[in-house]
Design a protein. Structure first.
Length: 148
């Protein structure tokens, strides 16, 4: 729609509605729901599903296992931060390191002020996270993506 005061075009909630309707009928999201819910309930943690979109990943679903407190996921629909999220570490650990570093540097290394206090800040720190993820077979982000 067009903003009356300035005449600029702005996105309306209709676009958000269309996106949510698409996700509601998306086979991948629907098929993954029971697995994600089970994992979230078993771990009492937030579990997310991301899909690859060209050179990025986008979070398309989230399930919260905790039963108390505020459940809020502001990142649904957002691009995954490759340099400091468990999702980013997991994906980047399974592509050749040169390509992983190119993707991370293209997106940019997120500052600790914009992420968590333990977010990797150098190429060497990122390499260490990717090596740890490869060795473990899974990724963990404790105070790297956000505090807590």
């Amino acid at each position: 729609r067009q903003d009356g005061a300035l005449g600029n075009y702005v996105l309306s909630l209709k676009l958000v509605s269309l996106g949510l309707k698409h996700l509601a009928v998306n086979d991948l999201v629907g098929l993954s729901r029971p697995v994600l819910e089970h994992l979230a309930n078993d771990t009492a943690e937030l579990v997310r599903l991301a899909v690859i979109d060209h050179d990025d990943m986008v979070w398309v679903a989230a399930y919260q296992g905790t039963r108390s407190g505020l459940r809020y996921d502001p990142d649904s629909g957002s691009t995954v931060t490759l340099s400091c999220s468990a999702t980013g570490f997991a994906w980047m650990a399974h592509v050749p390191e040169e390509i992983a570093l190119q993707k991370i540097l293209r997106q940019g290394i997120t500052s600790r002020e914009d992420s968590g206090p333990r977010a990797p800040q150098t190429i060497d720190e990122i390499r260490a996270e990717l090596t740890k993820t490869r060795d473990n077979g899974f990724a963990i982000a404790i105070d790297t993506y956000s505090l807590g």
